[in-house]
Design a protein around this ligand. Sequence first.
Ligand SMILES: [Zn+2]
Ligand SMILES: [Zn+2]
Length: 212
Amino acid sequence: MTRMMPETSPISEAVGHEGGERRGLSRRALLLGTSVVAVVAALPAVQAAPAVAKVVKPPLPTWIVGTPGEANHEVIRAATREAAIQFRADPCDFEDDADADPASGEGGPACECCACTDRSGYEATRVAQWDGRPSASITDSDWLDAGFDAICARCGDTATRDDNGCNVAGEAICGGCMKLADWDIVDPEYAAELRAEAESLDPTADTGGRGM
Ligand SMILES: [Zn+2]
Ligand SMILES: [Zn+2]
C-alpha cells in the first residue's frame, strides 16, 4: 500500500463534519427545549459550573484512507469509518446536476462517475496511535510502523515492511539500506544471525563480532 502527502483538505472537511454533528445535537436540544431548561434551572449554580468546565473534547479518530495498492492514501480525522471514506472522496460528478437521476445511477447509489467509482474502492485503516497528533509530526517511520509504504531516509526509494524496511530510531529505512548496525538496533537477534551467516560464508571476514 502506498500514499501521497496532501492531507489539508480532508482535515478541514473533518472539522466541517464535526460542526454538522454539533448542529445535530443542538437540534435535539431544541426539541427537548423545555425539559432541558427545567433541569438546568433546578441544579444549584455551584454544582453546574465545574461540570461544564470539565468537558474536554477527545480528538477525532484518525484513519488512513486510500485505494489498496495505489499511492493515494491520506490521513483523515473522522468519527466513523464511513465518514472518513466520505471525506477522502471527491463529490459525485453529478451532485450539482439538476438532471441527476438516482434511479438511473447518475448522482445515485449506483453512480459510476469517477468520484463514486474511486470512493467505492477506498479502504479506511484505523490508526489509533495517531489520534490527537499534529499531522506535521507524523513521519515516514510512522507510516511504516502503521504498515504502509514510506520513503527511505537514505536512498529515497520506497521502504515497505515486505522488503524488510524498518523504523530505525525514528527514520524509515528500506530493506536494501538496512546495515548490520541498523539490525543491532531493531532486531539484535537477527543481527547476530546475519553475523554468524557472514562468518560461515567467509571465516576471514571481519564482521565486527570477534575481528581478526
Ligand atoms: Zn457519482
Ligand atoms: Zn533505502
